[in-house]
Design a protein around this ligand. Sequence first.
Ligand SMILES: NC(=O)c1ccc[n+]([C@@H]2O[C@H](COP(=O)([O-])OP(=O)(O)OC[C@H]3O[C@@H](n4cnc5c(N)ncnc54)[C@H](OP(=O)(O)O)[C@@H]3O)[C@@H](O)[C@H]2O)c1
Length: 163
Amino acid sequence: MIRLIAAMDTNRGIATDKGIPWKLPGDAAYFESQTTTGLIVMGWATYSEFSAPLHDRDNYVLTREQSRLRSGFESIATLTELMKSHPNKDVWVIGGAFVFAETIDRADELFITQVLEDFHCTKFFPDYRSGFTRFEQGKDQEESGVRYRFERWRRSIEPRIGL
Ligand SMILES: NC(=O)c1ccc[n+]([C@@H]2O[C@H](COP(=O)([O-])OP(=O)(O)OC[C@H]3O[C@@H](n4cnc5c(N)ncnc54)[C@H](OP(=O)(O)O)[C@@H]3O)[C@@H](O)[C@H]2O)c1
């Protein structure tokens, strides 16, 4: 199964030019707890913001430059390549905007932290509402004055691209 996990604001914004504009420890804990099993896939720009790989997980980075990663990260050229070499593994796509846009057509589920405010982002999660149906919605919660909730969405129409 391919799952995308993202936190987004009311305009589907996921980051400004300076990175993710909110600090939500509850969301970070949720991310950790959800992604403990399966392969982690991220884009090069997201990778470059990590000081270390996500512990106890296999960290894969989509990049055309295969030889420049730090220890603990492995490069892949395409998601298809990874799925072929790990046919029975679940995949968590963790961003950023470029990689979400490239992979959403193949996603089975979306784990969305819906931040209930506009942060004037410059990078966005793709439009997903027509292809997915929400099947879980957590209670609204608040941290540092920012309200948010956890949602899960499942594909409601067949992926456009097969594996
Ligand atoms: N709010 C959230 O949930 C969330 C989650 C994650 C990240 N973010 C934010 O998103 C921002 C980064 O997003 P972004 O769109 O700029 O970058 P990104 O998606 O993290 O990375 C894009 C790069 O990944 C490589 N790449 C992507 N697809 C590829 C493919 N199919 N084959 C080969 N290489 C591929 C390319 O780099 P090469 O030039 O190396 O080929 C591309 O320039 C950051 O600010 C981060 O903080 C937010």
